[in-house]
Design a protein around this ligand. Structure first.
Ligand SMILES: [Zn+2]
Length: 384
């Protein structure tokens, strides 16, 4: 199952949410409701809920703008961007390849925290112009009114987004800068990635420990801050582990299309064969994956051993394979980038129009990634 929910396209970039973002939304709304109840005790529950949702939406917009800043910076330095996924307090912008140099990497990483700081300053200025001097404490917030409080919250949230993303924890922006520095120093992007992912996991788990101890200490900054700290730590630690894995795969598969890794010599079952013959010629040797079914060269569907088993054995002689072929869950064209398929890939037919031209197997892709890594570590060994 995919962990991403696509929400739309902005400036030609597909924006998706990771499930972890639901935690951000709930936590932000909850923080706002508890804060709002304290600051504006006269507000009813419905306006309070509206206030919380408006602020969470503001937080979401801020994150999208942060990621768009990365995307635009990457594009400006010649690295194409296809989609981005928003996580807890940041995002991952998928670029079609790793920036060509540490310097470009640093520029792309720094652009977004700068944008967040600028947004934060704008929001604070807007509140200052509309409502006079900044409130000096919680008791003073009432003066701003609900819209003022939302804008102030979103402004402050942008500073938090910039600060969190500048932590030296890869794949956050600060961590990307650290990786670029390691990379510049060693000339080995793979080793730099490994080191910075390791550093990020240490920082992440430290934050989790700090957050939990906040929650149990009587003089701590309160439950909301404790939970935010622990969640940010957990997010960083898991993103570092995933990010390293993702970078390995992305590096290996950058620019690789289905046509390059698909098998051109593949097994396919003619549609008019009886299920009985197909069973004997194709599944008797223990093939457990689905096999494409073709009418001439055209793909009709896929059929697996499990599909055959669903049909009672006394009908095998009278049934043709085309009758039990199922529509494949996924079909791709030879030009589809393999990196887009990696999450769902098992065995995918590759079609040109309706004509079956190849079969892409997960095993082949994994072997390609391993071979790529062996080659690049050998090249690195030769260089040093
Ligand atoms: Zn960022």
């Amino acid at each position: 199952m995919s962990r991403r929910i696509t929400v739309g396209r902005f400036l030609g970039v597909e924006v998706a949410l990771d499930w972890s973002w639901i935690i951000t939304f709930v936590l932000a709304a909850w923080t706002l409701v508890s804060l709002g109840a304290r600051v504006m005790p006269n507000l009813g529950p419905l306006p309070l809920a509206l206030l919380a949702v408006a602020s969470a939406a503001g937080l979401f917009t801020s994150l999208v703008l942060h990621e768009l800043a990365h995307g635009l910076a990457a594009r400006a330095s010649g690295v194409p961007v296809r989609h981005m996924t928003l996580f807890l307090l940041g995002g991952i912008t998928d670029r079609e390849r790793t920036p060509g140099s540490p310097r470009v990497e640093i520029a792309c990483a720094i652009a977004a925290p700068l944008a967040s700081v600028a947004l934060g300053v704008l929001a604070i200025l807007a509140v200052a112009i509309a409502d006079g001097p900044m409130p000096r404490g919680f008791d003073d917030l009432d003066r701003l009114g609900a819209p003022g409080v939302v804008v102030l919250f979103v402004g402050l949230a942008n500073f938090v987004i910039a600060a969190v993303n500048l932590l030296p924890a890869y794949p956050l922006d600060g961590g990307r800068v650290v990786r670029a520095l390691f990379w510049g120093a060693t000339g080995d992007v793979e080793r730099a990635t490994r080191w910075s992912a390791w550093l990020a996991q240490v920082i992440g788990w430290l934050l989790v420990v700090v957050g939990i101890s906040f929650a149990f200490s009587t003089r701590g900054p309160g439950t909301a801050a404790a939970m935010w700290t622990a969640f940010v730590g957990w997010f960083i630690a898991s993103a570092a582990a995933q990010g390293y894995e993702g970078v390995r795969i992305q590096d290996a598969l950058a620019g690789v299309t289905a046509s390059r890794l698909m098998r051109r010599a593949f097994v396919a079952i003619p549609a008019d064969l009886t299920v009985d013959s197909a069973m004997r010629s194709f599944f008797a040797q223990g093939e457990s994956r689905a096999i494409p079914v073709v009418d001439g060269e055209d793909l009709l569907g896929m059929v697996s051993f499990a599909d055959v088993q669903e049909l009672s054995a006394d009908r095998w002689r009278s049934t043709r394979v085309r009758e039990i072929a199922v529509r494949p869950e996924k079909m791709v064209s030879p030009r589809t980038p393999v990196v887009d398929l990696i999450d769902t890939l098992e065995r995918v037919p590759v079609v040109e129009g309706v004509r079956l031209v190849g079969v892409l197997d997960r095993d082949d892709v994994m072997r390609f990634i391993e071979a790529f890594e062996m080659r690049s570590s050998r090249e690195a060994a030769v260089r040093t």
